[in-house]
Write a protein that binds this ligand. Structure first.
Ligand code: IK2
Length: 482
């Protein structure tokens, strides 16, 4: 083509497609092989295609998805696998669920009751909602109606999603206590709401005691100051992921009084309810006076029975709130796998018989995990990582400052240091963890960027492999005190 007509044609296409000049840059200056290399990411054709794809994606994507496209689990689960790490990252056990629930699952699929392979009731398989009502009623100090006070969904994720979709409207404000399980923020945004964050802040442990997640506290005055006429809901997570903080009854009473005073709905995510250590008590905020009618309590069979892949979760609450969750659920998820629900129902019936006895799975798991927590705590302390004693959950956070000198400085100042450090550790030390900044809102991500989160719901062999990596690394790292 003549160079003048090429320039005109190029100009026309560029204007028609709103292409920036940079897409064409270098067209004239590149070698023939570069021009032909349509796969090269520097080729103008690649840039052209990418630009068109970006434009299309922007036009197609619903506005409520803006800013929620990145996800820590998608990114870090993939990196943990890519670098073949010893995985103390995502929170799942690497040991099997108890035998009797696994057997119940396979019997549900292969047994005589072939209908267990088919659809069941939309809001929860009848034997499961019945077992949940029977098991949890006394814990809430209430008789629960299995049909109207319990809803089963696809994991706690499904129950949370239905809660936000059902109860948050355009312009509503949702108070989130941070650090927080990351999904609360995108779920609020996807429902059209606005997130308002209130931070747990470390206070001094006192008496020379080692720092604990219990030292992180909420200032009720700060919480109250964030409430206005648009505030509709407060999200609580106890035991908290990632800190492992277990809110005390007194702390929950302060939060409950504020919810009642300002007529707020409370979403209480209690998926780690059985994993509470050192004699601490898990208190259900819905069981406090005046709270049942305004609280949705979320639970997870994944965490309760060490079967995170089964994706069975639930919501408890008054019919006045749950009926709206059911509307979302029936029009989106409908129900989760019948056989998994049947197995979880069998699990709760068994645990009902064992409640309070030494063979109760929940007590056994708790005691087992307390030992694992202590083991990880000692290892992290020994190598100089300054962990925070976790009062509950599967997780422990630790300050990694001592190891900074062993890691080349980051080149991008915008990425929180813990994110950079954790990726470097996965790639170069084959040890996976999760950066604590993932549990903070954007303006606060850099506040605790020397902390990373380790998961200890792992076989002893996995913990031992992690210890070996850390001990070797530590012996190579002259800390500031050395
Ligand atoms: N709520 C909390 C507080 C959770 O931690 C989870 C599971 N998160 O695990 C990933 C991690 O932090 O490493 C959920 C809800 C979701 O639970 P489910 O698996 O039942 O959907």
């Amino acid at each position: 083509m003549h160079s003048h007509s090429f320039a005109l044609a190029k100009n026309k296409v560029q204007r028609l497609l709103f292409l920036p000049g940079s897409v064409w840059n270098g067209w004239g200056g590149r070698s023939q092989s570069q021009r032909r290399g349509i796969r090269s990411c520097r080729s103008p054709l690649y840039a052209f295609t990418t630009h068109i794809q970006d434009r299309m994606a922007k036009r197609i994507q619903a506005r409520r998805l803006e800013g929620v496209d990145e996800n820590i689990w998608v990114e870090f689960v993939s990196l943990a696998a890519q670098y073949k790490t010893v995985n103390l990252g995502q929170g799942f056990p690497d040991f099997p669920p108890p035998r009797y629930v696994r057997e119940a699952f396979s019997k549900a699929i292969t047994g005589e009751q072939t209908l267990l392979n088919q659809y069941t009731r939309a809001f929860g398989h009848p034997p499961l909602v019945k077992a949940l009502a029977q098991f949890f009623g006394p814990l809430f100090g209430k008789e629960l109606d299995p049909l109207s006070n319990v809803m089963v969904s696809v994991g706690a994720y499904g129950a949370l999603f239905c809660s936000f979709q059902a109860l948050v409207d355009e312009g509503d404000e949702v108070i989130i206590i941070e650090p927080f399980f990351d999904s609360y923020e995108p779920m609020t945004l996807m429902a059209g709401g606005r997130c308002v964050f209130v931070s747990l802040r470390p206070t001094s442990a006192g008496d020379g005691k080692p720092p604990s997640s219990g030292d992180w506290r909420l200032d009720p005055a700060e919480l109250e100051a964030k409430i206005n006429k648009n505030t509709k809901m407060l999200v609580l997570n106890t035991p908290n992921n990632p800190l492992g903080k277990v809110f005390t009854k007194e702390e929950l009473e302060e939060i409950a009084n504020i919810c009642i005073k300002y007529d707020l709905i409370c979403i209480s995510d209690e998926v780690y309810e059985w994993l509470v250590y050192d004699g601490n008590q898990h208190v259900r905020i819905a069981s406090l006076p005046g709270m049942w009618d305004r609280t949705i309590t979320i639970g997870s069979a994944g965490k309760t029975f060490s079967a995170t892949g089964w994706k069975v979760g639930w919501a408890f609450g008054p019919d006045s709130l749950l009926k709206h969750l059911r509307t979302v659920h029936q029009n989106s998820i409908y129900h989760c796998a019948t056989a998994a629900q049947e197995a979880v129902a069998q699990g709760f019936l068994k645990e009902l018989e064992r409640q309070g006895k030494p063979d109760c799975y929940f007590l056994q798991l708790r005691d087992e995990l307390q030992k694992k927590r202590d083991r990880l705590y000692h290892c992290l302390t020994e190598v100089g990582m300054t962990p925070l004693i976790s009062q509950g959950s599967y997780f422990m956070i630790a300050d990694v400052s001592r190891f900074k000198s062993q890691v080349p400085p980051p080149t991008d100042p915008n990425i929180p240091y813990d994110n950079y450090f954790t990726k470097w550790m996965m790639k170069h030390k084959q040890l996976a963890a999760i950066p604590v900044s993932a549990f903070y809102s954007a303006p606060h991500k850099k506040q605790f960027e020397n902390y990373i989160r380790f998961c200890f719901v792992k076989e002893d062999a996995t913990l031992k492999a992690a210890e070996k990596i850390l001990q070797k690394w530590s012996s190579e790292s002259p800390g500031p005190q050395d």
